[in-house]
Ligand binder design. Structure first.
Ligand code: SF4
Length: 440
């Protein structure tokens, strides 16, 4: 063991915040095992790439980063390259052929074996299938700024969305026990977090496997009572079930911000059916209207897929019309990607790539108009900003309640303020998706 104590380990974390939590836990396990963690790639003995693999584009990005790590090994700077994360659960030992030189692969269910993979002198392959339970994320080596943290409440997904690989990668849905979540939240707050971003693959299903009705609403109310928390943000919500108790919990608790990340994927009935989303246009509209009516200032972020097999011009136009009418606060778009192993990849009438790209551009161009108009209309309003820090251009950056970390716009403060503090001020201008704020 003494050898591993001196090992310097670099970790590259790819993909979503759930993978980021895995990276934080991996670093903690390695530090406990005596490794020096968070070394830069070019000064590391071992490079760990915690991969993403849910879409072909993410898969290619992961393989590129693995390639960079292997270049350090070929140059004699690194001794070992370890690949972890979702791509391992997708490609497993195929990875040894795709990227010769990899020394170990560790799947998402084998996080606890990371030290073995890093310190061994031989090839290590740990790709166990899901075997029950959900890991604790307590005791992480935090990679986010101290004042903001992700809080995972569940893992896996039981839904059948026809385009999605996540259930096959991350396994069936399972909730964390309320007690464990509250303990992790307390630990994060004690470590400086004032903002907790609540995540999972499907947060609205929280508690279903525990037989607890309205569990997510109760959880948010419980987190709301924790000393020291200022913002609690619900992310990765599914539009069904999104019941009144949940809406009420968001509307009536002081620290749960009026922000909902609610991927909808499409609005056309036939497309929603072929996506196996289990909800209709009417169901979505009824929910969105209820949220906006009951939660004052509700900011709704969503995501759509364009170019789903069989998507006609009329169905795409219907989607554009719906977005124009509803005016989401933030929106992302994916071009449909036929992922091996999904039923949607086998559907007839696949859409040509150039048509998908054109539809994605058209949709984002329309959303840009909506976002810029909203920013322009907000000039002169008072605002409360959580300061994140100084960016690479030396500007003081923060976010208001309607801006989640890493995926939404930001607020630029005209005068610097300490990270992790809340600043009140006035919106004095805007730049693209971002706001310019003068602190009081
Ligand atoms: S709910 Fe999300 S993670 Fe689950 S299958 Fe659908 S798209 Fe995938």
């Amino acid at each position: 063991m003494s050898a591993s104590r001196q090992l310097r380990v670099a970790l590259v974390s790819l993909g979503c915040p759930k993978n980021l939590i895995d990276s934080e836990k991996i670093l903690a396990l390695l530090a406990e095992g005596g490794c020096i963690v968070a070394a830069p790639m070019d000064h590391a003995d071992v490079i760990v790439v915690n991969t993403c693999g849910f879409l072909e584009a993410a898969r290619q990005e992961s393989l590129e980063v693995i390639g960079e790590a292997l270049a350090h090994k070929r140059a004699g700077r690194a001794q070992r390259v370890v690949v972890a994360g979702c791509l391992v659960n997708r490609d497993a030992e195929e990875l040894y052929k795709l990227a010769p030189g990899i020394d170990a692969i560790v799947g998402v269910n084998n996080r606890r074996q990371i030290l073995q993979a890093v310190t061994a002198k031989r090839r290590v392959t740990r790709t166990d299938p899901y075997s029950g339970g959900i890991c604790s994320d307590a005791g992480r080596f935090r990679l986010t700024p101290r004042h903001t943290a992700y809080l995972r409440i569940s893992e896996g997904c039981d839904r059948q969305c026809s385009f999605c690989t996540i259930p096959a990668i991350r396994g069936p849905f399972r909730s964390k026990q309320l007690k464990a979540i509250v303990a992790e939240a307390r630990e994060l707050i004690a470590d400086g977090a004032v903002e907790l971003n609540v995540i999972g693959q499907d947060t609205t299903a929280y508690g279903r496997d525990l037989g607890v009705k309205g569990a997510l609403a109760s959880l948010l109310r419980r987190l709301d009572r924790l000393d020291g928390v200022r913002w609690i943000r619900l992310m990765y919500a599914y539009p069904r079930p999104f019941d009144d108790a949940l809406i009420e919990a968001i509307a009536s608790t002081p620290h749960v911000v009026a922000y909902i990340d609610l991927p909808l994927q499409h609005i056309s009935g036939p497309i929603l059916r072929r996506m196996k989303r289990g909800i209709t246009r009417a169901g979505i509209e009824k929910l969105l209207v209820k949220i906006r009516r009951r939660i004052p200032g509700a900011a709704i972020r969503t995501t759509f897929i364009v170019g789903f097999p069989g998507e006609s011009d009329a169905q795409f136009t219907e989607l554009l019309g719906f977005i124009r009418e509803f005016e989401f606060d933030a929106l992302g778009v994916f071009e449909f990607s036929p992922e091996p192993g999904t039923t949607a990849a086998e559907l007839p009438r696949q859409i040509p790539d150039d048509v998908k790209a054109a539809r994605a551009r058209a949709l984002m161009a329309q959303q840009q108009q909506i976002a810029f108009a909203a920013n322009s209309a907000s000039v002169g309003r008072p605002i409360e900003v959580l300061v994140d820090g100084i960016d690479t251009q030396g500007r003081c950056v923060g976010r208001y309640y309607a801006q989640a970390p890493d995926i939404d716009g930001v607020c630029y403060l005209s005068e610097p303020r300490p990270p992790g503090t809340f600043v009140t001020g006035k919106i004095v201008g805007w730049e693209d998706y971002d706001l310019l704020v003068r602190p009081k």
